[in-house]
Write a protein that binds this ligand. Structure first.
Ligand SMILES: *Cc1c(COP(=O)(O)O)cnc(C)c1O
Length: 421
């Protein structure tokens, strides 16, 4: 058990008062330090973000918005939210920002509530092709409350079929078009989506939960100039606290704010809002631009290494922080691969691939991402080796111990929450 450096000054107190729970925190830190984290939607926040999250701002009720609260005593927390809003607007060059959504799913619910009525038609990416549950899945409110038409990727290129998007938009006249995905490794052409939305008079929403961090650092083109509403999470590549946020045009500002509160949420989590402000501040620094550029270079190195070992990258590679690997030629299911990697000290998730013959519980693919390992300081040389290790773990379950040892050697140099960043 190492020293737990980032639980704030009161960790000793927690250990004394509630050793059982304190042990959970220590064990989780040991878990991430003891393995390789390749889950594309995770990252390691800075100690400064953790400090804001562990603050007394969690105590404050602040229903409403800065200067317009339904509780007294909000003048201090107002400053945190104003900072978060100002920084988000500046960072993303947006007209309006709402930093209160508790999560990406809440941000999407609020955006739909602002733009749609129950029963309205929306066009979004199909879940099996990379879309998110909140983009119209039947098990989610979006699929229940709206009439959802789905587009996907082409079978040959595995890229979004923009002709299909346009055809479906013309045929179904959706009130809202949603672009953005959860397991799509390539850039999305927001300009083309804007053109299609204009052609049919639809709102355009970009759910950039995954790539917002890359946009913040200028590593990929931003969706903000094209979309009426941009929803995102703050905890993925952006490396902030778990949470959501919305950017929109001035025209939609009031509608979005009223949809977040009071329509969808009650009191904001002011400690999380403060932590978002810290993360936006960090993302404005040149070091962050450097970080996200490295995230992409690393993802390419990983995808190339895996492809070189016969693990095919869907769409032939990646432009972002993640790659989707098709395991059909390897003869191992996504679920098996996930398990074999876990046994070898590699955490990643099984993932459906486009036109997957297997159900979501099994899948034919895995998804890998580089936000965590890049935060730990790894570079393309290490990611090349990681590709070899993932392949060994997937193909030869008997080599789990050997893979684990090589990963331990990598982690001895690149341990999370030990180096400053
Ligand atoms: C992660 C993600 C979300 C949901 O975020 P939560 O914070 O888990 O609710 C929404 N949309 C997309 C595209 C995502 O990748």
């Amino acid at each position: 058990m190492g020293t737990p450096p980032y639980y704030g000054p009161d960790f000793g107190l927690l250990q004394k008062q509630d050793p059982e729970l304190a042990q959970v925190l220590l064990d989780e830190l040991d878990r991430v330090r003891g393995g390789l984290q390749l889950i594309a939607s995770e990252n390691f926040t800075s100690p400064a973000v953790l400090a804001a999250l562990g603050s007394t701002l969690t105590n404050k009720y602040a229903e409403g918005y800065p200067g317009r609260r339904y509780y007294g005593g909000c003048e201090v927390v107002d400053r945190a939210e104003r900072l978060a809003i100002q920084r988000a607007k500046k960072l993303f060059n947006a007209e309006h920002a709402n930093v209160q959504p508790h999560s990406g799913a809440s941000a999407n619910l609020a955006a739909y509530a602002a733009l749609l009525q129950p029963g309205d038609t929306m066009l979004a990416m199909a879940l099996p092709h990379g879309g998110h549950l909140t983009h119209g899945s039947k098990v989610n409110f979006s699929g229940r409350w709206f009439d959802v038409v789905s587009y996907g990727v082409r079978r040959d290129t595995e890229l979004i079929d923009y002709d299909e998007v346009r055809d479906l938009a013309l045929r179904h006249q959706p009130k809202l078009i949603v672009c953005g995905a959860t397991s799509y490794p390539r850039l999305i052409d927001y300009g083309t989506f804007r053109g299609i939305a204009d052609e049919v008079g639809a709102w355009l929403m970009a759910d950039v939960a995954h790539p917002i961090g890359l946009m913040a650092g200028g590593a990929i083109p931003s969706a903000v100039p094209y979309a009426d509403v941009v929803t995102f999470t703050t905890h993925k590549a952006l490396r902030g606290p778990r949470g959501g946020a919305i950017l929109c045009t001035e025209e939609l500002a009031k509608k979005i704010d009223r949809a977040v509160f009071p329509f969808v949420q009650g009191g904001p989590l002011m400690h999380a809002v403060a932590a978002k402000a810290v993360a936006f501040g960090e993302a404005m620094r040149p070091e962050f631009a450097d970080y996200v550029n490295k995230v992409i270079v690393n993802a390419r190195a990983l995808a190339e290494s895996l492809s070189g070992e016969g693990m095919r990258a869907v769409s032939g590679g990646t432009d972002t922080h993640l790659a989707l690997i098709d395991l059909r030629d390897v003869g191992v299911s996504g679920a098996e691969a996930e398990q074999r990697c876990a046994a070898a000290g590699i955490t990643l998730n099984r993932n459906v691939i486009p036109y997957d013959p297997e159900p979501a519980s099994i899948t034919s693919g895995i998804r890998v991402g580089t936000p965590c390992v890049t935060t730990q300081g790894m570079g393309p040389q290490e990611l090349k080796e990681v590709g070899t290790l993932v392949t060994r773990a997937v193909r030869h379950p008997g080599s789990a111990r050997e893979v684990r040892e090589r990963i331990a050697a990598l982690l001895a140099i690149h341990r999370p929450y030990l180096s400053e960043y």
